[in-house]
Design a protein around this ligand. Structure first.
Ligand code: AMP
Length: 394
């Protein structure tokens, strides 16, 4: 790994400012899904064990630069305190005299949680003064928030100009390691599975991965733009009519570079996007008017399995159907099970893909389920993430 991690630096007695992603769902003042908090525990525990003073900073929701009570981090502090089995002092702001005073009173092993960074509009504007004010709280900066690493904000980017030592936390380290491995030295054959709603979200990744992956399996709503571009009937399926050329170009490029580009050959169709839709399975590729393609069909599942047999690396972004609804989940579920049992290095990216793997109980069986949706797509697009670039080189 090119970047320093929290293991590479002396933490004893230091104020360790950790940017985490505690953007968790809340209901009636309680955290309803603590996955993101749980994932940062190894880094926080490590800092505590090493005798560092932990100062945690996160955003939550979209308060648009103002203090909004429902976006306060108090419920997060409560849950974190339970998980760490020790007190977590929650402050009412993230910068200013009172915050600095509270931090100056900290003892080694103490944990403080700052208030929502996005109560200040300067956070997302990557404002220098605000970044400098955050930096006043830090001897060492740790970024463990991969999900926001594609954004150059004050707490993910600006702050690193004012703190000498900036390192990756364990969660961030794992993300960087898996993505560098698949992009720089993948076990082959390298198969990319792409799904989800829109071609426009994934086209950058398709082009960038064209040089690296050996084969593309495309399903989900985005497949219909490709099928339509090829002249197939797609009924009322999702389509981006302004992306037909883009779709054709991508398929031409795959042909030129001799990369497999595999589209569905049958579909589970419904007369509406709903659990109680009338449902059928098509014989072939074409879909009649009045029907929508909502999952890959059984022949496509077989085809995708064959194409995945023997894969060394599988990178997957976007579900293969409207998996949130039971009648349209089988495609994503069977391919996920096949990948999980295949022995390939399997890297899942994107919020919906991660949610699907969790729902099928398969997340633990994959090599890596990324915590970043936008960030993982940008890495696959070949872009540098500002939050990662800003960390200190080894
Ligand atoms: P994305 O955020 O682009 O990865 O898209 C994920 C969403 O696409 C999920 O909510 C799926 O339900 C939806 N989706 C996947 N396949 C289809 C499809 N064939 N028709 C409609 N929606 C779909």
């Amino acid at each position: 790994m090119k970047k320093l991690t929290v293991k590479d630096v002396e933490l004893k007695g230091k104020r360790v400012f950790i940017r985490v992603d505690f953007n968790v769902p809340l209901e009636n003042g309680r955290v309803t899904d603590d996955k993101r908090i749980v994932e940062t525990i190894p880094t926080i525990k490590y800092v505590i064990e090493q005798g560092g003073k932990t100062i945690l900073a996160s955003h939550l929701g979209r308060p648009k630069g103002k203090a909004v009570d429902k976006f306060r981090l108090n419920p997060v502090a409560e849950r974190l305190s339970e998980l760490l089995d020790k007190p977590v002092r929650k402050l009412d702001d993230c910068i200013g005299d009172e915050v600095e005073k509270a931090v100056s009173e900290m003892k080694p092993g103490d944990v403080v949680l700052l208030e929502n960074l996005r109560f200040h509009e300067q956070e997302e504007a990557n404002d220098e003064h605000f970044a400098g004010a955050l930096a006043k709280l830090a001897d060492i900066y740790v970024n463990d928030a991969f999900g926001t690493a594609h954004r150059a904000h004050a707490s993910t980017h600006g702050i690193t100009k004012f703190v000498h030592t900036c390192v990756a936390g364990f969660l961030m380290g794992k993300e960087i390691e898996y993505f560098s491995r698949i992009l720089n030295d993948p076990d082959r054959p390298f198969v990319t599975i792409l799904g989800g709603a829109k071609v426009s979200d994934k086209i950058g990744a398709i082009h960038s991965l064209m040089d690296k992956a050996d084969k593309f399996l495309v399903g989900g709503g985005m497949a219909y733009t490709f099928l339509r571009a090829m002249g197939h009937k797609i009924g009322n399926s999702l389509v981006e009519t302004d992306k037909l050329n883009v779709a054709l170009e991508a398929m031409d490029k795959a042909k030129r570079l001799r990369k497999g580009f595999v589209l569905p050959v049958d579909h589970v169709i419904g007369d509406k996007l709903s659990e109680d839709a009338n449902i059928r399975v098509t014989d072939g590729i074409d879909i009649d008017d009045g029907w929508m393609g909502l999952d890959i069909g059984p022949k496509t599942i077989e085809l995708f399995r064959r194409e995945l047999t023997g894969a060394g690396t599988v990178v997957w972004n976007g579900p293969l159907g409207a998996f949130e609804m039971k009648p349209f989940a089988a495609g994503t579920r069977s391919i996920a099970r096949f990948v999980a049992d295949s022995g390939a290095v399997s890297v899942m990216g994107g919020g919906d893909t991660a949610a699907a793997m969790a729902e099928f109980g398969l997340a633990e069986k994959m090599s890596h389920v990324s915590t970043g949706g936008g960030a993982s797509l940008e890495i696959l697009e070949g872009k540098k993430l500002p939050g990662v670039e800003a960390l200190s080189d080894r």
